[in-house]
Design a binder for this molecule. Structure first.
Ligand code: SF4
Length: 440
C-alpha cells in the first residue's frame, strides 16, 4: 500500500489529491495540502474519485456491436476495423462526413483536445461541443469586443475588493480553485463585498453581502440599467476609457435616456439597491464572474456583451483586483469563406466549434455531404443533448459510431440499456491503463 499524488479530473480546477493504492485500486482519498492550486481544498466529488474509478459499470475494453449485442474484441481488432471503416467513409464522402462530439461531460478535460486534433488531422473541422451551446454567446461577444473568441475574463480573487457573481452559484458548482474558501473569505471580510445577481436564494446568495434577486430572464435589462446609471452618475473611468477603449462614444446613445426606472420595475428590483451596487462597483477594485445562469439563459450573447461594456467603462479589465484576460487566440470569422458551416443548418463555427443541437439534422438527411461518422468522447449525446428522440433517430443513420470512455476516472458510458442506441464500437480504458492511480 502506498500514497500517490494525483489530481481530480472531475472539473477543470483539478484539485490536488492523494490516493492510497492497494493492488492498483484506490482505497483511500485525501486532499493534497502541497497542491499549489488547491492547497488542501477538495470538494465531495474529488473525495468520491474511487467510486468513479472502480465503478462496476465502467467499460474496460473495446466492445463491438454484433447483432443486438456487444462482443468483447481486442484493441488490435478494434483499431484495424475502425481504421478500415473510417478510411472507406472518408474516401467515399470526404472529410465533411466526419465529426467529433463531446464536451461538457465529466472527465473529458484531458482527452478532448486529442480527439479534436485527431479529427482535424483527418481533414474535418466539425467539432460539436456543448461548450458551443453553453458559451457561444460569450465567445461571440468576446470575439467582437476583444478580438479573440477564446479570451476569458477571470476575476483576480486575491486582490479584489468586490466580487460580483452573475448567474454563478460557486458555493455548489465551484469552477474556480478553492471556490468555497474564496467566496466565504470575501463575504466575511469587512473591507470587501460579495454581490450575487441571481433570482434564486442560492447557496452563494445566502452568504452574499448584497443579493440582487432579479426576476428570471431580466439580466440584460439589469445590466443595461447598471451601465446607464454609471454613465449618468459620471462613475465611469474616463482615463481608462481614453487609454484602452475604442468606440465609447458610439455606444453612449444606447444608454443615454434609457428608462432605468421602468427597466428595474420589470426586473423587480429597487432603484436604490442597484444604485448602491453600481457605486460600489465603480469605486472599488471590483471584478465580476458570470456563469451558466446567464450564459444559458435569455439574451445570453447580449448579456456577455453588456458585461464587457460594464467592466470596460469602469476600467476593470486587465487591472489588479479586476478581471484579467486568459485563454487562447481564436476567431472563427463567419464572413471568411474558409470558416466551415454546417451543411444543412448553415451555422458557422464559433471558436472553432459547432452546437450539438443541430447535429441530428446534419446526419438525418439525404444530402451527399451529410455527416456519416462520429467520434463521441466522454459524453452521451443521446441522453444529454436536447431532443433525444432526434438524436436516437439520427445516430441510427451513421455508418460509424465511436463512443469512447477514454478518461482516466470516467463516469462510464453505461453499457446497459443505453448502448443499444449509441454504439457501434465502444472503447474504454482499463484500470491498468488509467493514469489516475499513477504517481505524477
Ligand atoms: S472542485 Fe471538486 S470536482 Fe473540481 S477538481 Fe476540485 S475536487 Fe474535483
Amino acid at each position: 500500500m502506498s500514497w500517490k499524488k494525483t489530481t481530480c479530473v472531475m472539473c477543470a480546477v483539478q484539485c490536488g489529491l492523494e490516493v492510497e493504492v492497494e493492488g492498483n485500486r484506490i482505497v483511500k482519498v485525501r486532499p493534497d495540502k502541497d497542491s499549489p492550486v488547491s492547497q488542501g481544498y477538495v470538494c465531495r466529488k474529488g473525495m468520491k474519485v474511487a467510486y468513479h474509478q472502480h465503478n462496476a459499470d465502467r467499460v474496460l475494453y473495446p466492445l463491438k456491436k454484433v447483432g443486438s449485442e456487444f462482443e468483447r474484441i481486442s484493441w488490435d481488432q478494434a483499431i484495424n476495423e475502425i481504421a478500415a471503416k473510417l478510411k472507406s467513409v472518408l474516401q467515399q464522402h470526404g472529410p465533411r462526413s466526419l465529426a467529433s462530439v463531446g464536451g461538457g461531460g465529466e472527465f473529458n478535460f484531458y482527452p478532448l483536445r486529442f480527439m479534436a486534433m485527431f479529427v482535424h488531422a483527418l481533414g474535418s473541422r466539425y467539432q460539436y461541443s456543448s461548450a458551443n451551446q453553453e458559451f457561444a454567446g460569450r465567445y461571440w461577444a468576446h470575439g467582437l469586443t476583444m478580438g479573440s473568441q477564446m479570451l476569458d475574463l477571470t476575476p483576480d480573487y486575491e486582490n479584489t475588493e468586490m466580487l460580483m457573481a452573475v448567474g454563478w452559484n460557486g458555493m455548489m458548482s465551484h469552477h474556480i480553485p478553492q471556490a468555497r474558501r474564496v467566496l466565504t473569505r470575501i463575504s466575511k471580510d469587512p473591507d470587501k463585498l460579495l454581490v450575487v445577481i441571481d433570482p434564486r436564494l442560492s447557496e452563494t446568495a445566502k452568504i452574499a453581502n448584497i443579493h440582487l434577486a432579479l426576476r428570471p430572464g431580466t439580466d440584460a435589462l439589469l445590466l443595461k440599467s447598471m451601465i446607464a446609471i454609471i454613465l449618468k452618475e459620471g462613475l465611469h473611468n474616463q482615463e481608462y476609457i481614453n487609454k484602452h477603449v475604442d468606440g465609447f462614444n458610439e455606444i453612449l446613445p444606447w444608454f443615454t435616456g434609457f428608462d432605468v426606472d421602468g427597466a428595474l420595475r420589470t426586473c423587480e428590483l429597487e432603484y436604490g439597491q442597484v444604485l448602491k451596487v453600481c457605486r460600489e462597483f465603480a469605486k472599488r477594485r471590483s471584478c465580476l464572474r458570470d456563469d451558466l445562469g446567464i450564459l444559458m439563459n435569455r439574451h445570453s450573447a447580449l448579456n456577455s456583451y453588456l458585461l464587457v461594456i460594464l467592466l470596460a467603462i469602469c476600467g476593470r479589465i486587465g487591472v489588479p483586483g479586476g478581471d484579467y484576460l486568459g485563454g487562447g487566440k481564436l476567431y472563427s470569422d463567419p464572413n471568411d469563406p474558409k470558416t466551415w458551416r454546417t451543411a444543412v443548418t448553415n451555422i458557422p463555427a464559433i471558436a472553432g466549434m459547432f452546437p450539438p443541437n443541430v447535429m441530428p439534422e446534419e446526419i438525418a438527411n439525404d444530402r451527399p455531404d451529410r455527416l456519416r461518422a462520429a467520434f463521441v468522447l466522454a459524453s452521451n449525446p443521446l441522453r444529454s443533448y436536447a431532443d433525444t428522440t432526434a438524436y436516437e433517430e439520427a445516430f441510427r443513420r451513421l455508418d460509424l459510431r465511436l463512443p469512447t470512455t477514454s478518461c482516466p476516472a470516467g463516469r462510464p458510458m453505461n453499457p446497459g440499456p443505453r448502448r443499444r442506441w449509441t454504439q457501434f464500437y465502444l472503447l474504454g480504458l482499463s484500470p491498468e491503463t488509467a493514469p489516475t492511480t499513477q504517481a505524477p
